[in-house]
Design a binder for this molecule. Structure first.
Ligand SMILES: C[S@@+](CC[C@H](N)C(=O)[O-])C[C@H]1O[C@@H](n2cnc3c(N)ncnc32)[C@H](O)[C@@H]1O
Length: 282
């Protein structure tokens, strides 16, 4: 029985990297009028109460969105993301953290579509309730997002962003991500695929950059990492995370180049905090 609940981690440094990147991606991909379909294969609950028993247990958000909350003069890509989180907290106190579905939804236009997959029954229920009045622009599908992805690609408009954000609770997720991207790119070669992965002292995680770069082949890609502290001696714990984007939109590179050094500085937990940004464009 898998027990991962994103509520324990909502708003942590990994969410910040993922959601700053997601915000920039959706902003850039909605600059053309043609409809965009956003697919979130591992959607989670859509939003999280930071005073819930989950989030309050470890207060991971205090090392993620927390240090960004009251900072003025943030670079535009971070400020844009923080503004979306602020919109969920109208009285100015950080009490609710939006998940990827809510962040994407906030940026979509009437012609765009959001396809959400979630396997955990409790998270599904919360997610479905959140989007109950969203109409046909949003579809919440219970079950396996890796399998569900096959059915929605390519999107009718041939413009799409796929976020693949598993919990990596079992090592099978690493292989499933590779299989999903491989199959997805056959179905939808021009699609933008964004994969989040953890920086962990674990063989499968350490291999992800090389595996994903090989998968990208001669195509365009961008790979950002944010490390907030030194890896722990016992090999446990998340010391950072990475976002690997296949077919990134033009200007994502510039947005992340502006955001990453500031995130590494503001979210640093020790003097091993660092960022990287690499890519290839034809
Ligand atoms: C890291 S969380 C997602 C967080 C969310 N994308 C966000 O950024 O707000 C991973 C989610 O995937 C769900 N999950 C695990 N395996 C899945 C699968 N095969 N298909 C769909 N959802 C799955 C878990 O229940 C969990 O809610």
């Amino acid at each position: 029985m898998l027990s991962y609940r994103h509520g324990f981690h909502a708003g942590n440094h990994a969410d910040v990297l993922k959601h700053v990147t997601l915000t920039a991606l959706v902003r850039l991909l909605t600059q053309k009028d043609k409809a965009l379909m956003v697919v979130d294969t591992h959607a989670g609950a859509g939003e999280y109460a930071l005073d819930s028993k989950f989030a309050a247990r470890h207060r991971e958000y205090a090392d993620g969105i927390g240090p960004l909350w009251d900072v003025s003069g943030l670079p535009a890509p971070i400020a844009d993301y923080v503004a979306l989180v602020r919109a969920c907290n109208p009285d100015g106190r950080l009490l609710v953290y939006p998940g990827s579905p809510r962040i994407a939804h906030a940026l979509l236009r009437p012609q765009d579509r959001l396809r959400l997959f979630e396997r955990h029954t409790t998270e599904q229920r919360v997610l479905a309730a959140h989007f109950a009045d969203a109409g046909r622009r949003v579809a919440v599908t219970p079950g396996d997002g890796f399998a569900g992805l096959k059915a929605v690609l390519p999107p009718p408009s041939r413009r799409g962003l796929v976020l693949i954000d598993p919990s990596y609770e079992t090592r099978d997720d690493y292989g499933a991500v590779v299989a999903a991207v491989t199959d997805g790119r056959v179905r939808f070669a021009t699609g933008c695929f964004a994969v989040w992965y953890p920086l962990l002292q674990r063989r499968e995680a350490l291999r992800m950059p090389e595996t994903l770069t090989r998968l990208a082949g001669a195509g365009d890609w961008l790979h950002a990492t944010l490390q907030v502290r030194a890896p722990q001696d016992d090999g446990f714990g998340l010391h950072g995370s990475g976002m690997f984007v296949f077919n990134p939109p033009w200007k994502l590179d510039a947005a992340l180049r502006e955001a990453l050094p500031v995130l590494a500085r503001l979210l640093a937990q020790d003097d091993h905090a660092a960022h990287t940004l690499r890519g290839h464009a034809r």
